[in-house]
Ligand binder design. Structure first.
Ligand SMILES: [Zn+2]
Length: 221
């Protein structure tokens, strides 16, 4: 799943108002960032199905970045790291971050065809395969984007820059997600690895900058 993860993250701004949405987006995309790191070291990979030109999706071997048990551990780790400076709100921030990391499993399990392992490559896999009907999958991501944007719109009432900026960037990511429908030639593995690593980092950094005003206004109240 693409923009759907970002939609959940910006929608969660209301649940942890003092946390910059850049962190929320990074938490929701952590699994894909880790996929890039593990793939770089040859531990995970994507397989191109023979009928890729008509199907437009990949089959993944990614037990460390997208497995349920590893994602619980990654969620606890990132949750502890990000929530540390938040004092009395620490527990709430921890739960929101950990839940966002774990939401990646739920959403990807809904769409992936080869499935996401529970604990290790040989363990049972969950994949409902919504990618088999890509227009439907993309429609679902579009609805999620609208809901996430509406929630963020409410959460960012104090800053017009954050409101328009974050929602505009999310709409651009939505447009990029739809381009999957026109993908007939798979990108080379190295380009995919660079994309998995860079996309979560760059997007989180942009959202961080745009959301700064909202968090500042929130902390002042
Ligand atoms: Zn993923």
């Amino acid at each position: 799943m693409g923009v759907g993860h970002v939609a959940v993250a910006i929608g969660a701004a209301k649940a942890a108002p003092r946390v910059n949405a850049g962190w929320l987006v990074f938490a929701a995309l952590l699994a894909d960032f880790l996929l890039g790191i593990f793939a770089y070291f040859g531990l995970e990979h994507a397989t191109v199905p023979p009928d890729f030109a008509s199907k437009h999706y990949f089959l993944f071997t990614f037990p460390y970045s997208h497995g349920l048990l590893p994602l619980i551990l990654w969620g606890v780790l990132l949750g502890l790291l990000i929530s540390w400076p938040y004092g009395s709100a620490r527990q709430r921030v921890f739960l929101v971050i950990a839940a966002l990391v774990l939401s990646h499993f739920v959403l990807d399990a809904l769409v992936h065809v080869a499935g996401l392992p529970l604990a290790g490559e040989s363990s049972p896999k969950i994949g409902l395969g919504l990618y088999r009907n890509l227009p439907l999958e993309l429609t679902l991501e579009t609805v999620m984007t609208l809901v996430g944007a509406a929630l963020y719109w409410k959460a960012a009432a104090g800053s017009a820059i954050s409101r328009y900026g974050v929602i505009l960037v999310t709409l651009i990511v939505l447009a990029l997600t739809w381009t999957q429908l026109g993908l007939v030639i798979p990108p080379p593995p190295r380009a995919m690895i660079a994309d998995w690593i860079a996309f979560p980092v760059i997007l989180s950094a942009i959202i961080y900058g745009l959301d700064w005003k909202r968090v500042h206004a929130e902390s002042a109240t």
